[in-house]
Design a protein around this ligand. Structure first.
Ligand SMILES: [Mn+2]
Length: 242
């Protein structure tokens, strides 16, 4: 097969993955819903937080802003959380790097950004882990028990209306900004995304959680000697206005 054909095929695979970009969750009637910041392989920190909150795997759910892998010690275990029925995560830029390393055939960029844990993995194991990462949506909507809704995407949401996320179709460029962007937090922009009560993001390490408009940034830099943010969606939303 010539290079052009290979490139075309890679692009087709890429578009296929982009086709399923949004997931929706109905309210959890039996237990609590939690959200965690960027895990980056910090398995022990997660276990400690789950213990502190008496997380009950039979009824509670744990949602993640992505970046399960890279930099910390237990990337593989953190990615395998996707196999648990109580765990759900949007894709982070580090899972994006992992997938891109495969499509492009050049893993160097990923290795340089924390993916070196994968260098000596047997190919079949890596393929299995990649297949897990491919199931991660770009955006999620979660209904809360009180009827409010939370939206999640890894880096930031630069569009005015959450309905665009729920349609699940983004251009490559737009998808890239949702997963990699830092424009909103670095400019401190207080924006209001319509048709969603709150959006939650990780990606940019900050000393304390920060609320900008109806966006909440929760990456408190666990892998950089910070803490792992774990809170309920109700805490993230704050009291309902009456
Ligand atoms: Mn990130």
């Amino acid at each position: 097969m010539d290079n052009l054909l290979l490139a075309e095929q890679a692009d087709e695979n890429y578009n296929l993955i982009m086709a399923s970009t949004h997931q929706t969750f109905k309210a959890n009637q039996l237990g609590r819903d939690f959200i965690i910041g960027d895990l980056h392989g910090m398995w022990d920190a997660l276990q400690e937080k789950l213990r502190q909150h008496a997380f009950d795997k039979s009824v509670d759910r744990l949602f993640s802003v992505g970046d399960l892998i890279d930099r910390g010690p237990e990337s593989e275990n953190c990615l395998r959380l996707l196999l648990e029925p109580w765990f759900h995560s949007v894709i982070g830029n580090h899972e994006d790097l992992m997938l891109d390393a495969d499509y492009s055939g050049d893993p160097q960029r990923w290795y340089q950004m924390g993916g070196e844990w994968a260098i000596n993995l047997p190919p079949e194991k890596l393929a299995e882990l990649r297949a897990l990462a491919e199931t991660m949506p770009v955006t999620m909507t979660i209904e809360c028990a009180d009827g409010r809704h939370v939206g999640i995407c890894h880096a930031e949401y630069g569009f005015r209306n959450w309905k665009k996320a729920e349609k699940g179709k983004f251009s490559k460029n737009a998808r890239h900004k949702l997963i990699w962007g830092r424009g909103i937090i670095s400019a401190g922009k207080k924006r209001k995304t319509r048709n969603i009560d709150l959006t939650i993001h990780g990606h940019t390490p900050i000393p304390e959680r920060e609320r900008l408009g109806n966006a909440l940034f929760i990456d408190t830099g666990c892998v950089y000697n910070g803490t792992l943010s774990l809170l309920t969606l109700e805490e993230a939303l704050g009291p309902a206005s009456v």
